[in-house]
Design a protein around this ligand. Structure first.
Ligand SMILES: Cc1cc2nc3c(=O)[nH]c(=O)nc-3n(C[C@H](O)[C@H](O)[C@H](O)COP(=O)(O)OP(=O)(O)OC[C@H]3O[C@@H](n4cnc5c(N)ncnc54)[C@H](O)[C@@H]3O)c2cc1C
Length: 382
């Protein structure tokens, strides 16, 4: 399946996939467990990703980026998440922002952030979710009001991936609550601006390398040119990339599940019990066969949705199926892989405990599992 997909990639996509694979194996694999145990954002991984040209994947080549295709991006992220989900998700959030800035920002706003985002010297973050508002994103309560030529932001954002170290914040704020989602605008804000207050990273069940935290705005004044997506466009812009984001979660799940299957298969070939290899027990073989079937199905759903997006067609329902299925089978499948490894499955000297925790987190990002069901059932019944 991997090679089938790769046959559809152009040379520049293939180059990015190979760079991602090599970088993930050489740089990320030896360090990922320590980022988790130290519970910190992997800033050095981010810097290194920039050197490997993995931070401007969705930016045009005219602006110094890689201009990668949807299939190529999905394969890049599959390779990185096969080693570590946290750094892969951190890069997704950053790359999406860099791509949006490349497509939409103009003038000094563009000049001040785009080159840094592309080379990875500036870390980007996407701030939509709030402590009291998640799935119902149109209900956000962070406010932006005008004062002379400036905007003033107040309120709190939650679950900011890259938040602990982010330099460029893409902040969704309500400018007039009587307008509902039509009152939402987006601002690009320098994280060092006075009135931006970051909390330390959250204590989570896993995924600490992605540096999720909360960010508060206390009378944070920004110039008029910080307005990135004007009033009325903010909500539409937030939802615009959501199908791609869901497909990419599917691809990252394929990467983690692939590692689960390889790790467990290698283990059961070497471990002896009752006078033979674990790999020769039918109960063990069938458990792994089920995981392999789920992985194949997950890949088919994910890359079908990726191809639909790449062809410029609506992939809303396909992306919802892909995300819902791949997150579910990845969490269950990694647990099965750990089960056939016995108690050694629970040790942190291999990546599966880290992947299991990350697989749980995939159920919430880019629309929780139930929101995928909202999309799917709407397509069936309305
Ligand atoms: C690791 C991680 C990284 C994240 N990174 C970012 C980020 O960078 N930027 C950002 O803005 N956000 C980020 N998020 C937040 C994420 O987008 C939200 O968690 C998600 O939108 C769900 O919101 P919530 O957690 O507040 O759940 P809620 O909206 O409170 O929902 C609670 C439960 O109710 C269910 N539910 C809600 N509505 C319905 C419905 N209509 N029908 C049926 N069930 C429903 C949900 O599915 C969920 O199970 C991140 C989250 C995680 C875990």
């Amino acid at each position: 399946m991997e090679s089938n997909i790769d046959a559809g990639l152009n040379e520049s996509d293939l180059g990015a996939v190979q760079r991602a694979q090599g970088w993930a194996q050489d740089f990320v694999a030896p360090r990922a467990e320590s980022w988790e145990t130290e519970r910190r954002f992997a800033r050095e991984a981010f810097d290194s990703a920039g050197q490997h040209r993995l931070t401007g994947l969705l930016v045009s080549s005219a602006d110094g980026g890689e201009d990668i295709s949807v299939l190529g991006l999905a394969r890049v992220l599959e390779e990185i998440a096969a080693v570590d989900f946290a750094i892969a998700f951190s890069l997704v959030c950053h790359n999406n922002l860099a791509g949006a800035v490349g497509r939409g920002a103009t003038g000094t706003l563009r000049e001040s952030v785009l080159p840094g985002l592309v080379e990875g010297s500036l870390v980007g973050a996407f701030l939509l979710t709030e402590p009291e508002v998640g799935s119902d994103a149109a209900a956000i309560a962070v406010t932006a009001t005008t004062d002379g030529s400036e905007w003033v932001l107040n309120g709190e954002k939650a679950w900011v991936t890259n938040g602990t170290d982010a330099d460029v914040l893409s902040v969704y704020a309500q400018t007039d609550s009587s307008l509902g989602h039509r009152g939402i605008a987006t601002f690009l804000i320098d994280a060092n601006t006075s009135g931006v207050i970051k909390t330390p990273g959250y204590e989570l069940l896993g995924g600490h390398g992605l540096g999720a935290n909360s960010i508060r705005f206390e009378n944070c004044r920004v110039p008029a040119q910080s307005l990135f997506q004007p009033v009325g466009d903010g909500f539409r812009a937030a939802m615009e990339g959501i199908d791609l984001a869901r497909v990419l979660v599917g691809a990252m799940c394929c990467g983690m599940l692939r590692t689960g299957l390889r790790t467990a298969s290698n283990y059961v070939r070497g471990r002896l019990a009752f006078g033979g290899r674990l790999a020769d027990l039918q109960g063990v073989r069938f458990k792994l066969a089920d995981v392999a079937t789920d992985l194949e199905a997950s890949r088919l759903l994910t890359y079908r949705a990726a191809l639909t997006l790449q062809e410029g067609r609506n992939a809303g329902v396909e992306a919802a199926h892909a995300k819902k299925f791949s997150t579910r089978v990845t969490e269950n499948g990694i647990a099965s892989c750990m089960q056939v490894m016995g108690a050694n499955g629970a040790k942190r000297d291999h990546p599966l405990p880290r992947h299991l925790a990350a697989a749980r987190l995939t159920h919430y990002v880019d629309g929780a599992t139930e929101i995928q069901d909202v999309v799917i059932s709407r397509s069936l019944l309305d």
